[in-house]
Each structure stands twice: as structure tokens, then as C-alpha cells.
Design a protein around this ligand. Structure first.
Ligand code: 13P
Ligand code: SF4
Length: 366
């Protein structure tokens, strides 16, 4: 392949899209949407930019978007405005004739990258040596398809932040212990809400391959994978103390990907949808500091001018990978459907998809 062909086949945004005006790009998206009709479906996660979300056919948190993908049998092209693991989930849950695209292949998730399949397989062997066949694996959907497949193979399921409690409850009806991948904070916050004590939880450090725990290992009920979200970890106890001292009336609401101590000091904690519902139902004139991704916080500020809303962290917390999906990438991706180039296609291999689907369907059915 010569250099020109290499460039043409690469997943980099061609320059022409950077030079277009916003109006021109918006017009192109509208034209393409009209031309494709129901053959094209654009799901968008709440953390996406306004310039993209305005074109979404459905907006949701990761649970809703997974449900929608499972239900949608009509669209031939699904252009997923979210991050890589969400597009993989859509590909797993849709039929063979449906193709899933991610407008920018660099839109990953740093948390999902914190658990790779080789680390997970090694951890599993070690944990089986310690605990025997007493563990059920659960994975947050923010994980690779290979991790979902691993979990499905061993009888476990996926969870999202909005159903984590019911999924952990279910897991305890199956086995004595759970391994929760890859977000230690969501795992810990959920288990605490269900009455599990902190001294019944251990942390698996995948880099050093050790179980962080002091005490009798037989007391352990929850093994937390040592991963986290680099966006939600930016909300701190210090941020909460600042708000409390400057504005004691202000309510603090955070996502459960925040650290335990931050969740404990907040007034409310819950998934993306929970946060949106809470703000929608809040009294006019009420004040809120929100600990979640900045595009969503900005949208809530814009949509609720009658409420006083700020980000819990004054320095903002955008998810850089979610932000990679922008208008130029969306136009490029949609235009590539016409040319049949099929770059930016998300295709999970059949054997992985089969087992990952078992884990996802367990969640969707519970
Ligand atoms: P939700 O499950 O609340 O949509 O969260 C997804 C996510 O990536 C949060 O960081
Ligand atoms: Fe991943 Fe965190 Fe971004 Fe969500 S906000 S996609 S968990 S990095």
C-alpha cells in the first residue's frame, strides 16, 4: 500500500472536515439524516457535546442506550455517539445486518482500559486458588467486549450505574462472593448501600497482582478491581468542604463513580439518569453542585435557568474521550456510509460477542 492509500484508509479525520463551517456541517447532517430515514439511527450518551447531541435520535445513559440497541432491529446503520465500549455493546446486541460505527475511533474510556483480558484471566486463576469456586464476576458495562465475554463465560453479568444495586443483589443470590470489574468506586458504593461492611471488601491490584486486604480472607464478600474513572475521581472532599462553607444551602449530588468519601459527604448519589431526574424534579430556585461530566452539567445549567446549578469541581471535569466525537467527525462518518468505505466500523468477533451477549442479556432480563 502506498502512502496515499495508507492515508486514505486511515481512521484520521480528513482535513476538509476541519475547514467546513458549522452551518455547512449541520446542513450536511440534516440532509443525510433525511436521505437515510429509518435506515440510520444515531444514539447519543448524555455526556456528548451539544453540537452532536442535537442530532441524536435517542439520548440516554448507558443502560437506556443498551436497551435501545437491543430493541432496534430496523436501522441498518447505527452511528453511535458515545465511547468505544458503548458502540461494542450496540454491536453485540444488534443483528448481523446492522452495522455500528463510532465517529472517532479514539473515543475510548480510560476506565475500560484499566482491565484487560489477560490481567483478568490471571487474576481469576489466583482468586480461585484463594477462594475456590465461590465467586461470581460482574462487570460494569464500561469494559471491553472481551471482559464482558469472560464474565458471561463464568455465569456473571454486566451492570450499569443505574442497576448496580439490583445486579449485586442478584449476584449474591448466586454465589458467596463477587468480583466487581473494573470500577472500584461503583463497586464499593453499591456494596455499602446494600449493607456490606468495608472490612468485607478487598481490592485486586491488577498491576502488582496482589489482593489488598488485611484480615481473614474468608470474611471477604466483594473483590473490587482497582480501576477508576479519571473524570469522576476529580471530585474531592475539598470541593465539598468549599461548597459547604460558601453555600450551606446548596445540595450536592454526585455519580457513584466518585470516591466513597465524596459520596458519603454528598446529599445524593446516583447514575446519570438519577441525577437528571433529581434536577428536573427539584424546586425552582433550589441550588445544586453536581459531580459528574461537564457536558451534562452544562446542559442541565442551560435547561434549568430557574435553578442555581454549578459543577462540584470549579475547574470543570470533561470526559476527553467522549469529547472526541464532534461535529466534523459525525459528518465524516455519515458521509462515509454513502461511499461504502466503512471505516470506523465497530465489529466484535463472533466468539466474544456470543459470551458477552449472555452477560448483557442477563442484565437486561433482571
Ligand atoms: P451511566 O451508566 O450513568 O450512563 O455512566 C456511564 C459513564 O461512562 C459514566 O462515566
Ligand atoms: Fe469512561 Fe469516565 Fe469518560 Fe465515563 S466519564 S466514559 S467512565 S472516562
Amino acid at each position: 500500500m502506498n502512502i496515499l492509500e495508507t492515508l486514505q484508509n486511515s481512521n484520521m479525520l480528513p482535513d476538509i472536515y476541519r475547514k467546513m463551517t458549522r452551518e455547512e456541517m449541520e446542513l450536511r447532517v440534516l440532509e443525510l439524516k433525511a436521505r437515510y430515514g429509518k435506515k440510520l439511527f444515531i444514539p447519543g450518551h448524555h455526556y456528548q457535546k451539544d453540537e452532536v447531541i442535537q442530532f441524536a435520535d435517542a439520548i440516554g445513559d448507558s443502560l437506556k442506550l443498551a436497551q435501545i440497541s437491543a430493541e432496534n432491529t430496523e436501522a441498518e446503520f447505527i452511528v453511535f455517539c458515545g465511547v468505544h465500549f458503548m458502540a461494542e455493546t450496540a454491536d453485540i446486541l444488534t443483528s448481523n445486518h446492522q452495522k455500528v460505527f463510532l465517529p472517532d475511533m479514539r473515543a475510548g474510556c480510560s476506565m475500560a482500559d484499566m482491565a484487560d483480558i489477560y490481567q483478568t484471566e490471571r487474576a481469576w486463576v489466583r482468586l480461585q486458588e484463594i477462594f475456590g469456586d465461590t465467586i461470581l464476576p460482574l462487570t460494569y458495562v464500561n469494559s471491553t467486549a472481551a471482559i464482558k465475554a469472560f464474565v458471561g463465560t463464568f455465569g456473571g453479568a454486566t451492570v450499569t450505574s443505574s442497576n448496580a444495586e439490583s445486579m449485586v443483589k442478584w449476584a449474591f443470590s448466586q454465589k458467596e462472593r463477587i468480583l466487581f470489574l473494573p470500577d472500584q468506586h461503583l463497586g464499593r458504593n453499591t456494596a455499602v448501600n446494600l449493607g456490606v461492611c468495608q472490612d468485607e471488601m478487598a481490592v485486586w491490584d491488577p498491576n502488582n497482582e496482589i489482593l489488598e486486604y488485611s484480615g481473614d480472607p474468608l470474611k471477604i464478600k466483594v473483590i473490587l478491581w482497582k480501576g477508576h474513572c479519571s473524570v469522576h475521581e476529580n471530585f474531592t472532599v475539598r470541593n465539598i468542604a468549599d461548597i459547604r462553607s460558601r453555600n450551606p444551602e446548596m445540595k450536592i449530588i454526585v455519580h457513584p463513580e466518585c470516591r466513597r468519601e465524596v459520596v458519603e459527604l454528598s446529599d445524593e448519589a446516583g447514575s446519570t439518569s438519577f441525577i437528571i431526574d433529581m434536577i428536573e424534579k427539584a424546586e425552582s430556585g433550589s441550588s445544586w453542585a453536581i459531580g459528574t461530566e461537564m457536558n451534562l452539567v452544562s446542559r442541565l445549567i442551560k435547561n434549568h435557568p430557574d435553578k442555581n446549578i454549578i459543577s462540584l469541581n470549579p475547574h470543570m471535569c470533561p470526559c476527553l474521550t467522549m469529547n472526541r466525537i464532534d461535529l466534523p467527525h459525525l459528518v465524516w462518518c455519515l458521509e462515509s456510509l454513502e461511499s461504502g468505505k466503512n471505516h470506523n466500523i465497530i465489529e466484535v468477533s463472533k466468539d466474544i460477542a456470543l459470551n458477552a451477549k449472555m452477560a448483557l442479556e442477563k442484565m437486561l432480563n433482571i
